[in-house]
Ligand binder design. Structure first.
Ligand code: PLP
Length: 319
């Protein structure tokens, strides 16, 4: 398992690339919830999500180890982050994406000079292709979450929260493969175990919830939640033991709750966040945290919405 020290080292490694993101607040949500509600704004992060933290830590390590080529199998925030940091380090990168990847995501990868290769529609097809490319080109595949360097990079969000918010009681974190929450858990629980950390998943992507309940990694069939960053079918071999050891609770939110939270954040806080981010706000709004009179930080993990989702949000705006 990674240690606090790995996260502190990661913070130094990535300092020249990432933004130290702001803490926002909402008086309206605070009075609705009966808690002081604060938000860690990773939608202000480079490439629009926290994924650049882990990607930078891992890609720098790969280059230091002699890799001269970088690849990843993801059309989403991870693919954008890997493309961005490889370009910054002047290392060629190819991002393997599904045949049906949407154009705005491909545009972002392209803008950071990443090559795009289309392959199949499932990650089971894309990952072997990325591995093949890595072998052919003296390169390295950058995994999205199940890796100590990725987890340490994501854990820097936890260090920043402890620096920025004194006397925080509870931190609320979205859970996909578990890289973000396992990094934050390690940082927070090794510095101040009295701070609680609660994970949030969509009801239809409850793989970590079920795994915790059964006490072992449990997979679910493919899911279509609007929170596309949380559509994993099972937690990772590296991330899950960390979640199991430290997490205080894991709660679920519905698709309707996620959308309502996104609309609330846009209307009242004037911020555009993506559905994967909105799950933490939904958990607070719909009283899933079991907290009163606490100082709570919800992690807003990213702001990359696609046109379809933006249309849905706008259709509910002002209702
Ligand atoms: C990837 C992602 C998540 C989930 O992170 P994991 O490390 O896979 O748990 C949450 N929100 C956004 C915006 C993401 O891109």
């Amino acid at each position: 398992m990674i240690k606090l020290n790995d996260i502190q080292t990661a913070r130094e490694q990535i300092a020249d690339v990432i933004n130290k993101t702001p803490i926002l607040s909402s008086a309206t949500l605070s009075s609705i919830c009966g808690n002081q509600m604060l938000f860690k704004g990773e939608h202000f992060q480079k490439t629009g999500s926290f994924k650049i933290r882990g990607a930078t830590n891992k890609v720098k390590h790969a280059v230091q180890e002699g890799a001269t080529f970088i690849t990843a199998a993801s059309s989403g925030n991870h693919g954008q982050a890997v493309s961005y940091i490889a370009n910054k380090l002047r290392t060629p990168a190819t991002i393997v994406v599904p045949e049906d990847a949407n154009r705005s995501k491909l545009g972002a990868i392209h803008a950071y000079n990443g090559e795009i290769e289309k392959c199949g529609t499932t990650s089971a097809e894309r990952l072997p292709r990325a591995e093949e490319l890595a072998r052919e080109n003296n390169g390295m595949v950058i995994p999205p979450y199940d890796d100590p360097y990725i987890i340490a990079g994501q854990g820097t969000v936890g260090l920043e929260i402890l620096d920025q918010v004194h006397d925080v009681d509870l931190v609320v974190v979205p859970v996909g493969g578990g890289g973000l929450i396992s990094g934050i858990l390690t940082a927070i629980k090794e510095i101040n175990p009295s701070v609680k950390v609660i994970g949030v998943e969509p009801e239809s992507a409850n793989d970590t919830y079920l795994s915790l309940e059964k006490g072992k990694i449990t997979s679910i069939p493919g899911t279509r939640t609007m929170a596309d960053g949380l559509r994993t079918s099972q937690p990772g071999d590296v991330t899950f033991p960390i979640v199991q050891k430290y997490v205080d609770d894991l709660v679920l939110v519905s698709e309707d709750e996620i959308l309502q939270a996104q609309v609330f954040v846009l209307e009242r806080m004037k911020q555009l966040i993506e559905p994967s981010s909105a799950v933490t706000v939904a958990a607070a709004m719909f009283d899933k945290l079991g907290a009163r009179d606490k100082r709570i930080v919800c992690v807003l993990s990213g702001g990359n919405v696609d046109v379809g989702n933006l249309g849905e949000v706008l259709s509910m705006f002002g209702e």
